[in-house]
Design a protein around this ligand. Sequence first.
Ligand SMILES: Cc1cc2nc3c(=O)[nH]c(=O)nc-3n(C[C@H](O)[C@H](O)[C@H](O)COP(=O)(O)OP(=O)(O)OC[C@H]3O[C@@H](n4cnc5c(N)ncnc54)[C@H](O)[C@@H]3O)c2cc1C
Length: 469
Amino acid sequence: MSRPPSDELLSRLKALVGPSGWTDDPEILAPRLVEWRDRWSGATPLMLSPASTEETAAVVRLCAEAGVPLTVQGGNTGLVGGQIPQGEILLSTRRMRAIRDVDPVDDVLVAEAGVTLAEVQAAAEAAGRRFPLSLASEGTATIGGVVSTNAGGVAVLRFGTARDLVLGLEAVLPDGQIWRGLRRLRKDNTGYDLKGLLSGAEGTLGVVTAASLKLFPRPGGKATAMVGVESPEAALDLLARARQSADAGLEAFELMARQGVEFVLRNIPGHRDPLSGEPPWRVLIEIASPDPVGAGSLMESLLSGASEAGVIGDAVIAAGEAQAAALWSLRENQSAAQKPEGATWKHDISVPVSQVPRFIREASRAMSAFAPGCRISAFGHVGDGNIHFDVLRPEDGDDAAHLARRAEGQARVHDIAIALGGSVSAEHGLGVMKADEARRQKDPTEVALLMAIRTSLDPGRILNPRVLF
Ligand SMILES: Cc1cc2nc3c(=O)[nH]c(=O)nc-3n(C[C@H](O)[C@H](O)[C@H](O)COP(=O)(O)OP(=O)(O)OC[C@H]3O[C@@H](n4cnc5c(N)ncnc54)[C@H](O)[C@@H]3O)c2cc1C
């Protein structure tokens, strides 16, 4: 049974981390107690920022002994509320900032939990290698966060999610023990995959303090294109062609509806539409090659074949890095551009790739009937079957009225995804937002198994007690 912290415990915790390792200053805490979408705000008596794995272990051990829960926070870019404390002590990884090793022969980079994803990418680049995980939040999201949420992003098609990129972990378990599992082996068949279990555990099975991560060769060339298509079906046709012609070189294949592009053009300064004719859908494609020119030739032949077959409309291939960044910016600002438009019901669903058009069709029909006049912005990683299906209030609608119907609307969208063999959380996790939805949808045996694993490691629910089941 968890308890609020006593003054004595708070004093002992402060002493453990020293004066630079704690704060209860409301001004410093304020940005850490709200999340990016302003959906959750929280409270904490104290933020602890241990500087090392050993300090983290000492903090967790003391809290476990006292039965006092902790909420773990990295960059605070999570979208399902798990990192926002509701009265628990906040354990921040912001001071664990070392890149411990970059080894281009083993193709491994070892980073501590508080290093941002962008810093890991830059360190890999500096060593002539590449860490391919890529999210719009990479300047702030941390390695501890991306591993713990098993983050996805735009390069999953080729490289997989964060879990696929982890070779080993170091973590503090809920009783304060340190698991030193920072292996760097490509093959290690010696029992349960504990690093895989902690990846995506959203901080419920341990505090990740460091990770050894897979590196890859840097591409010699890249080609980026934006292509107009008439329908999600046409996008899937193009995806099949792209896979056939570019094979493993196909790195990203992102779908966007016209509505979302209009939001970016209207609300985020500095954008223009590179395509003519206002296509109802568009795809952003990225192909990489080991040599400087291969990617461009592959892209040109892909697009000319698709154009001859009548699969695509207007298309533009970026002439350089600046143009490629401008095309990506239209995609990466899809979420940010919704903010000025008012209240939204967000969804992060996945379905088998073949079912994406049907999901979009059925969910759009259902939402137009349920919330007449709503504006639908569907976009996402269509090559992974992952669609962010966002339902905004009508243009002249009322935020509070739209939000009042959110749970019912979301359940309808989720039911459609599940009926098509899908998931209610493709990449953002469950956090506190979707735990009930997942429990409603999951096989009870699976829920019981997940609970049994959690209870065996954290019987007192010390770590992230409100997250998951
Ligand atoms: C603009 C934007 C774009 C995004 N795009 C994507 C995307 O394309 N794909 C995607 O998957 N996500 C995306 N996200 C979501 C988010 O960036 C990821 O979930 C990211 O992995 C969170 O990292 P963080 O360091 O900010 O973690 P936080 O938000 O701080 O925490 C997230 C969860 O992980 C836990 N946690 C954090 N650090 C640790 C640790 N060291 N040990 C144990 N548990 C920990 C927290 O308790 C919480 O439950 C996006 C978010 C934003 C704001």
